[in-house]
Design a protein around this ligand. Structure first.
Ligand SMILES: *[C@@H]1O[C@H](CO)[C@@H](O)[C@H](O)[C@H]1NC(C)=O
Ligand SMILES: *[C@@H]1O[C@H](CO)[C@@H](O)[C@H](O)[C@H]1NC(C)=O
Ligand SMILES: *[C@@H]1O[C@H](CO)[C@@H](O)[C@H](O)[C@H]1NC(C)=O
Length: 193
């Protein structure tokens, strides 16, 4: 009785194996389209967050200030809210909001109060990374800070080394006033594949 069944079972097995072989060969010769093999791979998205430790010059802390007014309108005090005041800065960039957290680089640049309302500031700055996974690279940013808002978006026109051809934008958020003015910087950028 059992041998009567063995033949058809073997035949079924053979059919199954043949079918599987055919399926395999069809898959081999006609591979399904794969999105990861498209001719132009998508650009890669990156996000990096770090903190700028700004110490504005004023009457009491000029010795340790890293953001200092160097020019302005004749007859006016060079204050952060005066149209025309120009600053240069050399600011520590750290991994957390704490001024004593690990330093990963510096932000160097200039800014000018270009809004007659005293709130709009045009800034041009470059982050120079000296440690962490971006060490040896720079990221340039340029745009408008509106100091009447807590958050400003600034363009990333480019970078160097690991950040070559990076483009995107920075979200700059003021997270603390004392002892330093701490700006949380979230850089969103794309590097072409
Ligand atoms: C990159 O991220 C942004 C925001 O999450 C998204 O809108 C955009 O489509 C992403 N681009 C790519 C190429 O993944
Ligand atoms: C000057 O800076 C110091 C140190 O950041 C700060 O404690 C002080 O309040 C500032 N003074 C003014 C008038 O802004
Ligand atoms: C910036 O970092 C240096 C050490 O590299 C430190 O001496 C200085 O106090 C820091 N400045 C601020 C404002 O945190």
């Amino acid at each position: 009785m059992s041998s009567c069944y063995r033949v058809p079972v073997l035949a079924l097995n053979a059919l199954f194996v043949l079918g599987a072989c055919f399926y395999l060969s069809e898959a081999t010769f006609f591979p399904p389209p794969c999105p990861c093999q498209s001719s132009s791979p998508p650009p890669r998205n990156y996000t990096a967050t770090f903190y700028s430790q700004v110490v504005l010059a004023n009457g009491t802390n000029n010795g340790v200030a890293n953001t200092v007014p160097v020019a302005g309108l004749q007859g006016k005090a060079f204050t952060p809210s005066q149209f025309g005041t120009d600053y240069v800065f050399d600011v520590n960039v750290t991994t957390t909001a704490s001024p004593t957290s690990a330093m990963i680089g510096k932000a160097y640049g200039t800014l000018a109060v270009t809004g007659l309302n005293g709130f709009v500031v045009m800034a041009s700055l470059t982050f120079v990374f000296t440690s962490g996974n971006l060490a040896g690279s720079t990221l340039t940013t340029q745009g408008i800070f509106d100091l009447s808002q807590q958050v400003s978006n600034i363009a990333i026109p480019g970078g160097t080394n690991a950040l070559t051809y990076a483009t995107g934008y920075v979200v700059a958020r003021q997270v603390s006033q004392q002892p330093n003015m701490v700006i949380q910087v979230t850089a969103n950028y794309i590097i072409p594949a």
